[in-house]
Design a protein around this ligand. Structure first.
Ligand code: PLP
Length: 422
């Protein structure tokens, strides 16, 4: 079969809920993927930052295979010997009392929303059914009907109403707007991405996230950080909320100047090691224990394979010092693109943190220029995709060597310089 045959088959038998770049991938290793014709590409999307540890990392795949052979699924009707170990690893590393494991990112966000409401009624004393959760404009927290209810992107919410009530959208990166919203005593929580990935890698003003957390604390409101895309090393630290920590040793150092502690921390994507879905919500007992047996869960959530994989996925990030590498390589990535392409008529802002970066292409958001540029980069052996309209995100696996990063940068720069708008 040729690439177009695979594409035609997906088009014919699959739902049309994505618009993939026309490459058909067959194999992956480290920062590379190969298509069905054997062409090699640098993967600069990393499955939306779920493959931080690189494709098919041998330690992670080894754990997956071994655990699948030993015990794969028990449901939570029984204990298993891996879940507690994973919960302990996450709780100790990030400094929380408890962990609740789910599968997808959206499920973890749903879990956080349910926790916020229960906490509001049981602990804060908000009147029944009055709890309000604040979210930021341009947010992306997943695709369930509740989550799209508070999206500001018509592609996400349009045609899927009626919307779930109990949410208020406030402008991102705007502490005055947060202050005004927090005046309502029924506010249970503020759910926010420390960097807005899907919206186009928007890095908020320094002090926004710490200021927001402090304001929530003062107002007795839960500060809930969605680190599904930004967490697990991607932005050059374990978490984007970690601040300037140097990530040494097995625990967060929690630099008091820069560290922001969310009341509810939401993880997903790279917790999977890029091989087996797992997401998790972390919180202290006062929040987590508001949910009682039978009130929330998932058949696959916390299964032994996911639990074992997640432990090794964390170990790989630590042992290979991937967050330090992401921080250093991210500086180099942005500096190189600014130097080489800063005066190019098509290239606007280059922004990001660690290895979560974006380039804004000077073209109308509804034009095909960013898409066509991604096709041109694919022809040079680098896969990336526009996030929204004219913004291209660059998020390679964190296992690139410096030489590989330079090679990929050469290819990106070359593609842009050769590119002609059609
Ligand atoms: C910040 C954020 N939250 C939630 C999600 C949803 O995760 P999932 O696609 O695993 O449901 C995503 C996915 O892109 C995300 O970036």
């Amino acid at each position: 079969m040729k690439p177009h045959d695979y594409i035609a088959r997906e088009d014919r038998f699959g739902a049309h809920n994505y618009h993939p770049l026309p490459v058909v991938l067959q194999r992956g290793e480290g920062p590379y993927v190969w298509d069905v014709e054997g062409t090699r590409y640098y993967d600069f999307l990393s499955a939306y930052s779920a493959v931080n540890q690189g494709h098919s990392h041998p330690r992670i795949v080894g754990a997956l295979v071994d655990q699948a052979r030993t015990l794969a699924l028990t449901s939570r009707a029984f204990y298993n010997d891996q879940l507690g170990a994973m919960e302990e690893a996450l709780a100790t590393r990030f400094g929380y009392d408890k962990v609740l494991a789910m599968n997808s990112g959206a499920e973890a966000v749903e879990t956080a929303l349910k926790l916020a409401r229960r906490w509001a009624y049981d602990v804060k004393g908000v009147p029944d059914n009055q709890a309000l959760i604040l979210v930021a404009s341009q947010n992306f927290h997943g695709r369930t009907s509740t989550i799209v209810s508070f999206s500001s992107d018509p592609d996400s919410y349009g045609g899927f109403g009626p919307a779930m009530p109990g949410f208020q959208i406030i402008p991102y990166d705007d502490l005055a707007a947060l202050d005004a919203a927090l005046a309502n005593p029924n506010v249970a929580a503020f759910l926010v991405e420390p960097i807005q990935g899907e919206a186009g890698v928007y890095v908020p003003t320094e002090g926004y996230i710490s200021g927001a957390a402090a304001r929530c604390k003062a107002a007795n409101v839960l500060f809930m950080a969605d680190e599904i895309q930004t967490g697990i090393g991607r932005t050059g630290a374990w978490l984007a909320t970690c601040g300037a920590c140097s990530c040494s040793g097995g625990r967060c150092e929690r630099d008091p100047q820069t560290y922001v502690r969310a009341d509810v921390l939401i993880l997903g994507k790279a917790l999977s090691g890029g091989v087996y879905p797992i997401s998790a919500v972390l919180a202290d007992d006062s929040v987590m224990l508001t949910i009682k047996p039978g009130q929330h869960g998932s058949t696959f959530g916390g299964n032994p394979v996911a639990a074992r994989v997640a432990q090794v996925a964390l170990d790989v990030v630590e042992d290979e010092q991937l967050m330090q590498r992401a921080r250093r390589q991210g500086e180099h990535f942005r500096a190189t693109l600014r130097r080489e392409l800063g005066s190019h008529p098509l290239v606007g802002t280059v922004r990001g943190r660690g290895l979560l970066n974006a380039v804004v292409i000077h073209s109308p958001a509804d034009s095909h220029v960013a898409w066509d540029l991604c096709l041109a980069m694919a022809a040079e052996g680098v896969l990336a995709k526009p996030t929204h309209g004219n913004i291209i995100r660059f998020a390679p696996p964190l296992v690139l060597t410096d030489a590989e990063l330079d090679d990929a940068l050469d290819r990106i720069v070359r593609s842009v310089k050769k590119f002609r708008v059609s």
